[in-house]
Design a protein around this ligand. Structure first.
Ligand code: SF4
Length: 359
């Protein structure tokens, strides 16, 4: 009797898991590597494209497994080379991933959940709440969809877990995905080129420190005192900045990797000179980078970015304290690439009249 495993895609399996499956189907163990090389190197999306596999085995696989579970819907582009891809999941849900181009650095930004439970007050993804976690395959396929969309001569260099969802709230699937992205038989992207971004799931940060993965950790800090941070990120009420900073220190001590702190500047909320001074005190003595980004206006919230002059003053104060600061450009805002916005707006998104490209 054929076991129905149609909901399992090759993208959700590791080499160590696929090898015994091939052997159980009467094939040599090396078939597993051949199959994964079709998926990750040659971009195959169906078993019948894997021309060095016996026809009978291709048919057997197609009866029991899938190569991909997801498909690409709309794609929005900007003049900056940023592209946002809407991905349809097998249960009818949709998520999004983003392709970012900055010189030779080409990054896939992936989602980890359908919706999000964190309800951060600058983010559209939290508005509908959490529907479910993404599977490993659904995460990996976003990277593969982006890879397929690259222009001739382009190479995917980085993957960031900064799309919809809190990655550390879907810990097992995210860590598994990172291992596949990092593996030589997988996407082969070095740990230094993989970044996971969290609003501060402390237990997850501590576990991740001991996974042996040494990926980059970015923490969405956005305030230097608990009252302001809790207004921006409700989860902060349960954790507090002190414990978060302690977890960040532990991550650095165990992995030797600098931690990045993301700081969204919101006019009248966290962007004053005093806020900069207080942030410098909170981060004193920590080996870190600070990424400053003016808030991306979201229709549902009433927050606005400060003036360019105010942003410069804020960053100068941090630098005077010896902190490394980068001002991030709002590349994605033209296509509503603050996380969750494309998904929220599907149906009312005026693709053609806005000058976007639709596939
Ligand atoms: S910023 Fe991240 S954690 Fe917060 S609501 Fe948005 S997706 Fe969730």
């Amino acid at each position: 009797m054929t076991i129905k495993t149609q909901n399992i895609s090759l993208t959700s399996l590791t080499l160590a898991e696929l090898e015994p499956i091939c052997v159980a189907m009467g094939e040599p163990v090396y078939r597993a590597k051949q199959m994964l090389s079709w998926v990750y190197e040659k971009g195959a999306t169906a078993f019948d494209q894997m021309s060095n596999l016996p026809k009978n085995f291709q048919r057997q696989c197609a009866e029991q497994y899938q190569v991909f579970q997801t498909s690409v819907g709309a794609i929005a582009q900007t003049a900056y080379g940023t592209e946002k891809v809407l991905v349809h999941l097998p249960d009818g849900n949709v998520i999004e991933c983003v392709l970012l181009r900055e010189g030779k650095r080409i990054t896939a930004c992936v989602s980890t959940q359908v919706g999000c439970a964190m309800a951060c007050r600058f983010c559209a993804s939290g508005i509908p709440g959490l529907e479910r976690n993404l599977t490993t395959g659904e995460i990996i396929e976003q990277v593969l969809h982006i890879k397929k969309h690259l222009l001739p001569g382009e190479r995917l260099t980085n993957v960031v877990f900064m799309g919809i969802g809190e990655p550390l709230a879907n810990y097992d699937n995210v860590v598994r995905s990172m291992r596949i992205i990092n593996a030589g038989w997988g996407l082969g992207i070095g740990a230094r080129h993989i970044t996971i971004s969290t609003v501060g799931v402390i237990e997850g940060i501590r576990r991740l420190a001991h996974e042996g993965l040494k990926v980059n950790l970015a923490i969405s800090l956005h305030a230097s005192d608990d009252v302001t941070r809790s207004k921006i990120i409700p989860l902060n009420k349960k954790i507090g900045i002190k414990s978060l900073i302690a977890a960040a220190r532990e991550y650095f001590e165990v992995t030797g990797r600098d931690v990045s702190f993301e700081y969204i500047l919101i006019d009248g909320v966290n962007a004053s000179k005093q806020d900069a001074e207080s942030l410098a005190q909170v981060l004193k003595g920590i080996q870190c980078n600070i990424n400053v980004l003016p808030v991306n206006p979201v229709e549902e919230f009433n927050w606005r970015p400060p003036s360019e002059g105010a942003i410069e003053i804020f960053c100068n104060i941090l630098e005077k304290h010896g902190l490394v600061v980068t001002i991030r450009k709002k590349k994605g805002s033209h296509i509503n690439a603050a996380c969750g916005q494309l998904r929220l707006q599907r149906g009312k998104f005026l693709w053609k009249s806005e000058g976007y490209f639709v596939k």
